[in-house]
Write a protein that binds this ligand. Structure first.
Ligand code: PHE
Ligand code: NA
Length: 437
């Protein structure tokens, strides 16, 4: 049983939302949405988040708060020893995600440094694109920032749940929100902004194929941090299940809000700078400096923006580490610091090939995907939805009512059970099958 506990319900919500809101919304969402044609993709993404997302998020959290254990312990004690393998898959997937997350987290550190030094102050769209490619293609810098980012996560988690995780998030979430609203407002005044907004918001379903739908599903899982059991770990530190429904809704609401804000922040800038919407993983890093160049105190604001991005990334990395750490401490009896060290060592090593795949190793491919793209696809589009599929089948057909949170109204109970039993498994299963073959 878990001894650790959140100091308050707000602390828990901040941590769960902090895990969700991160590079997924601000870095991944814009370029994946752009690659899939905009509006229609956004709609499907939001639909998935508010149906499947809420249902899986609640299910994961309830598993934790019922058993007071991390994901493997929770599954084997509530559902039986075989179900632990579902948890193991979630843990393996967490480790894989952590490897590339730390690389991109490192980019945010690097860009904070560049903003501070003033090297983002000038240059048009083409120059900003080249600057990004130079940065990630360098054989040394992105590796160093990756290692630094992983080390920062270690520092935050080895101190424990209340001190490490909660404290940072209290001021980070509000500052990030305010800053993004401001930036979106500025972006909207740029020439050509409205074309970008239309591209982002107006659905055109002819641009969305079955692969796009699978991408939307994967992105919804990724941006909510579901499909790994992270919320089971965070739920295990809750004292009871009351209010889990409401806090899950809050998390989805906040994460979607930030994603939409990120879209409003980035799409208007594309037309004004001529940056290619299909630029891929560099999109946010290329567009945002152009906005700051137009602003008074641009250098300071750019530094602040990338620093906030570091914190947003860090709070998500913290949840990955806490999750993996929780498993090792629970099942092997290691102390927190030792398990954190082992995991970070693995992440540091695993991130190196990922980082190189943006530069010197970009030619190393399998099934037409480089190392980063492969990891991203396998985790977001395969493993996380599979976990969600297994989990909802378990919740809907085996655990059922016994796991519903205290104080949930009858109609909500029916809705949730229906989602676990039918909607989620059929939808996830269907998309996985159609998207893969
Ligand atoms: N949800 C996080 C983000 O959007 C990423 C993440 C995925 C974190 C999975 C933890 C687990 O940045
Ligand atoms: Na975060």
């Amino acid at each position: 049983m878990q001894q650790s506990q959140w100091s308050s319900r707000l602390g828990y919500i901040l941590a769960a939302a902090g895990s969700a809101v991160g590079l997924g919304a601000i870095w991944k969402f814009p370029y994946v949405t752009a690659a899939n044609g905009g509006g229609a993709f956004l709609l499907v993404f939001l639909l998935f988040s508010f149906t499947l997302g809420v249902a899986v998020l609640m299910g994961e959290t309830l598993l934790g708060s019922r058993s007071r254990r991390g994901v493997v312990g929770a599954l084997s004690s509530l559902a039986g020893p075989h179900w632990r393998w579902l948890g193991v898959m979630g843990l393996v997937c967490s480790l894989l995600i952590f490897c590339f997350y730390s690389v991109v987290g490192g980019w945010t550190l690097g860009y904070t440094g560049m903003a501070l030094a003033g090297s983002l102050n000038s240059g048009d769209g083409a120059a900003l694109t080249a600057r990004f490619n130079d940065y990630v293609g360098d054989p040394v810098w992105p590796l160093l920032t990756h290692l630094l980012f992983a080390a920062l996560a270690w520092c935050c988690v080895q101190g424990g749940v209340q001190k490490g995780v909660e404290r940072t998030l209290r001021w980070m979430m509000p500052s990030l929100l305010i800053m993004m609203v401001l930036l979106a407002a500025v972006g909207l005044t740029l020439p050509g902004a409205m074309a970008g907004v239309r591209h982002f918001l107006l659905p055109d379903f002819s641009k969305l194929g079955m692969n796009g739908v699978l991408d939307a599903l994967g992105l919804a899982f990724f941006s909510l941090s579901i499909g790994l059991g992270i919320h089971t770990t965070y739920g295990a530190y809750l004292s009871d299940s009351e209010g889990v429904g409401r806090s899950s809704l809050w998390v989805v609401l906040l994460a979607s809000l930030i994603a939409v804000l990120a879209g409003l922040m980035i799409f208007p800038v594309l037309a004004a700078t001529g940056i290619d919407p299909a630029a891929g993983p560099g999109l946010t890093f290329m567009t945002m400096p152009a906005v700051f160049q137009k602003l008074p105190f641009g250098q300071g604001l750019a530094t602040l923006f990338f620093a906030l991005l570091v914190v947003a990334a860090l709070s998500s990395a913290i949840s990955l580490l806490e999750h993996l750490q929780c498993f090792i401490s629970e099942s092997w009896g290691w102390r927190r610091r030792a398990s954190c060290t082992l995991i970070i060592a693995l992440v540091m090593a695993g991130g190196i090939p990922v980082s190189l795949s943006f530069g010197p190793w970009s030619g190393v491919t399998l099934f037409g995907r480089n190392i980063f793209e492969l990891l991203d696809f396998v985790t977001s589009n395969l493993m996380m939805p599979l976990f969600g599929l297994g989990l909802t089948l378990l919740l809907g057909w085996k655990l059922g009512r016994q796991i519903l949170p205290r104080g949930l109204g009858l109609s909500w109970q029916t809705l949730l059970l229906g989602c676990w039993r039918w909607l989620a498994p059929l939808l996830i299963g269907g998309i996985l099958i159609r998207g893969l073959v």
